[in-house]
Design a binder for this molecule. Structure first.
Ligand code: RIB
Length: 295
């Protein structure tokens, strides 16, 4: 398999991952059963997933000039992600996330945007050449929407918007999105309806609705919905499963696979990823995805 070119424009965080039997209730103090310092952020996770599956990936983002930022750049580079367009700057610290994971693998995440929130369209314009050359350009919503708009304006390949965390999205960004990836909450926030009918008219022509452990649904304007079911797997941590899905979708689309085939790979990749603690630890190689699809 020859890899395509993917550019991910987005967030990178230092994830403090706390394991516990149950997530805390408001007002409750409880003891963690484990603690890990990992690199995360939806953008960095998606870039890592696509690289692990064989794509040639460049990441466009921002860190602080601090230890987490240095660790983030080192971790991304070690994962095979190009970091020439990651700006390190001293005025704002690297983004941070507190990730709490319970005994069933469910999580609660609180994010401090930091350097991600300080990204500007100028960061994207400095990377305009690699963005224009990419087969697929991927963005999420942990950076300002002006950044996403600039990235998609520079893109000449397929654009994927993962509209996470849930938010409204500007008509300008939606108009430049080829494939919108959302969970049910994010889809509702954008006014999507169950039948992908007239209420969804302002959405991109292809929407991929992720359905957690159930799988995903492909909604393409003018076609019947296609459901892709997920294999049953043992769940350790669902953090980053959506990011693995998006990275895998980007990798497959960049190689020229059809949307439906790419979604099948993405569902399989997401299923493998939940078997380990941490957003990127369980992300699969292409061989692991092939093995699951062949089962
Ligand atoms: O999607 C998971 C990611 O969300 C975590 O890695 C955390 O950093 C937050 O951005």
């Amino acid at each position: 398999m020859t890899g395509g070119n993917v550019v991910v424009v987005g967030s990178v965080n230092a994830d403090l991952v706390l394991s516990m039997d149950t997530l805390p209730q408001p007002g409750e103090t409880l003891a963690a059963t484990g603690i890990e310092n990992l690199i995360g952020g939806k953008g960095a996770n998606q870039a890592t997933a696509a690289a692990r599956l064989g794509a040639s990936v460049q990441f466009v983002g921002r860190t602080g000039l601090d230890e987490p930022g240095e660790r983030a750049r080192r971790t991304l580079a070690a994962a095979g992600v190009g970091i020439d367009h990651v700006v390190a700057e001293s005025s704002v610290p690297t983004g941070q996330a507190i990730v709490m994971v319970d005994g069933s693998g469910e999580n609660s995440i609180v994010v401090v945007g930091g350097a991600n929130a300080a990204m500007t369209a100028a960061d994207v314009q400095r990377a305009a050449e690699v963005i224009a050359a990419a087969d697929v350009v991927v963005c999420q919503l942990e950076v300002p929407q002006a950044v996403v708009a600039a990235a998609f304006a520079a893109a000449q390949g397929t654009t994927i918007l993962n509209a996470a965390p849930a938010s409204t999205v500007s008509p300008e960004v939606l108009a430049r999105t080829d494939v919108l990836v959302v969970n049910e909450i994010e889809y509702g926030m954008l006014g999507g309806d169950a039948t992908f009918g007239s209420d969804s008219a302002d959405l991109p022509a292809t929407v991929v609705l992720t359905l957690g452990g159930t799988g995903a649904r492909v909604l393409a304007r003018g076609a019947d919905p296609v459901d892709v079911s997920a294999p049953r797997v043992e769940v350790v941590d669902t953090t980053g499963a959506g990011d693995t899905f998006v990275g895998a979708l980007a990798e497959a689309l960049a190689r020229g696979e059809s949307t439906e085939a790419a979604v099948r790979r993405a569902v399989a990749a997401g299923a493998v990823s939940v078997g380990a603690l941490g957003a990127t630890v369980g992300m699969p190689t292409a061989d692991q995805v092939d093995a699951l699809l062949d089962d």
